[in-house]
Design a protein around this ligand. Sequence first.
Ligand code: ZN
Length: 70
Amino acid sequence: MVGKYLIFLTQEEEIVINFIGKVFERYALLKKSNLPTKICPVCNLPFTWRKKWEKNWENVKYCSKRCRKN
Ligand SMILES: [Zn+2]
């Protein structure tokens, strides 16, 4: 959305801005949910506690199977 108004930006700058926007959106969402969160070391995005991780939340490092493979 931000990129639409900043048409003088290069494509790389637009990607960075979109990424930052995504991170802030997620943080806002997580703040609302009040669940424990971690930062995925692969995609650098925060992810939140899920029921399936109930027993091994301490060992969970990545947000998804895809990130774990990387
Ligand atoms: Zn990830």
